[in-house]
Write a protein that binds this ligand. Structure first.
Ligand code: HSE
Length: 417
């Protein structure tokens, strides 16, 4: 290993988590030097000792460092800081999936031009290894699918809701444990998982950074009732992100799904992430581990620093070839089985009306259950459908909602796994 001089930018939960690992006395880091920390303000939860503090984070690239670790978060300021570091001939390590997703092509191009590296292992699944694995270790394989639960906060919320916990309380706990983003709406609305699958799709399929627009949906509408009905059919609810190679492009999506309780992903509880990768030579395999939190993120950041401190002639990762971008398939063309939840007026003829609308759109029922009357006098109806094209399902839902006897509706797509 060669001596590596490090400057950290940012001094929040993730940065202090990295600092605590770097000073813990592990012999692995004995040849590294933490030159400075770029921090606009102190963090009462961590004392940086004698390490030089630079209040202007944009001055950190001017310090005598080899690598800038960008942990300020956000998009535009982070982009500017990373560009300044790369143009100054400094390597960059970042945990920032939003900036890699939004500006990855530009940042990688600038890194290549300046003959330095930008590494972002911890931007996806924190320390659970997937980024360098996709770009290096699977180099001999043709990848056909990458799918996974890529957001620790939503898996923490959903798996606790499954045990009966309340959504708001668990979200607050996820924030307290340092899993959630500073703006937790990015976790629960599916954006964070979308950024991550966009990054993985770029590594597996050369899709762009940013990718063209694709379907993103969060967990805000999932209720404990959905788990109850799912359990009756040995299913559970998870948030899944999928990138899959098809004949005419890439299927890319990030949304809640129901999947079999027997599947390996369903068994991953709490803050764990799980990724399934299908390849030609290795077949299907899975990686699972903690996907958020300061220790897990520090693990991913340090794996990038180790990669940089090794012989500089060895490429720590192979970047995608963005000149060969595949097209993203329109989500409306995809086919799913659906869980459909309807709250309907308790009167005769309603089931016949629903059957008629579904028949008009050639949607056939796999199972139908009518539940006991709710306190508001309405009746919940739960329908599991056979496979149908998304656009047909959306039109059928619109038709259903235009009838005054249908008070509420929701769908969750069912994932075969
Ligand atoms: N907020 C993210 C998550 C952190 O919950 O997965 C790790 O990227």
């Amino acid at each position: 290993m060669t001596k590596l001089k490090i400057g950290i930018c940012g001094w929040g939960n993730v940065a202090t988590g990295l600092y605590e690992q770097l000073i813990c006395g592990n012999e692995l880091y004995s040849e590294w030097e933490l030159v400075c920390i770029g921090a606009r303000r102190d963090n009462p939860r961590c004392n940086p000792g004698n390490t030089k503090i630079v209040r202007d984070i944009f001055a950190v690239p001017d310090e005598d460092i080899d690598v800038l670790v960008e942990l300020i978060g956000g998009v535009e300021t982070a982009r500017e800081l990373i560009l300044k570091a790369l143009n100054a001939g400094k390597h960059v390590v970042t945990a920032n999936k939003a900036v890699i997703y939004e500006h990855g092509e530009e940042l990688i191009e600038v890194a290549i031009t300046n003959n330095v590296k930008i590494l972002f292992e911890s931007a996806v699944c924190a320390g659970t290894p997937v980024v360098k694995m996709l770009s290096n270790d699977l180099g001999a394989n043709k990848i056909s699918k990458v799918a996974g639960m890529l957001n620790g906060t939503t898996n923490f919320i959903l798996s606790n809701m499954e045990e009966g916990a309340n959504y708001e309380n668990v979200l607050q706990e996820a924030q307290e444990k340092g899993y959630a983003e500073p703006d937790p709406s990015l976790d629960v609305n599916g954006t964070d998982a979308a950024h991550k699958i966009g990054i993985l799709a770029s590594l597996a399929f050369n899709s762009g950074l940013p990718a063209s627009k694709f379907h993103i949906e969060g967990i805000e509408d999932i209720t404990s009732q959905d788990f109850k009905y799912a359990h009756e059919f040995n299913l559970t609810v998870k948030h899944l992100a999928v990138a899959q190679l098809q004949d005419h492009g890439i299927e890319l999506r990030s949304h809640p799904v129901m999947l079999s309780k027997e599947s390996s992903l369903a068994g991953l509880k709490g803050v764990r992430n799980g990724i399934q990768i299908n390849t030609d030579l290795l077949g299907e395999f899975q990686v699972a581990g903690s996907g958020a939190g300061r220790e897990s993120t520090a693990s991913g950041l340090i794996s990038d620093l180790i990669a940089l401190s090794k012989n500089q002639d060895i490429d720590p990762m192979r970047y995608p070839d963005f000149s060969k971008k595949p097209s993203i398939i329109d989500f409306n063309e995809l086919s799913f089985k659906y869980y459909v939840y309807l709250e309907v007026k308790d009167e005769s003829g309603v089931l016949a009306l629903i059957s008629k609308i579904f028949a008009e759109h050639k949607i056939s029922f796999d199972k139908v259950i009518q539940k006991d009357q709710l306190d508001n006098g309405n009746v919940p109806m739960v329908i599991f459908t056979d496979p149908v094209i998304e656009s047909e399902m959306q039109i059928a839902l619109k038709d259903l909602k235009s009838n005054s006897v249908i008070h509420n509706s929701k769908i969750i797509r069912i994932e075969d796994s």
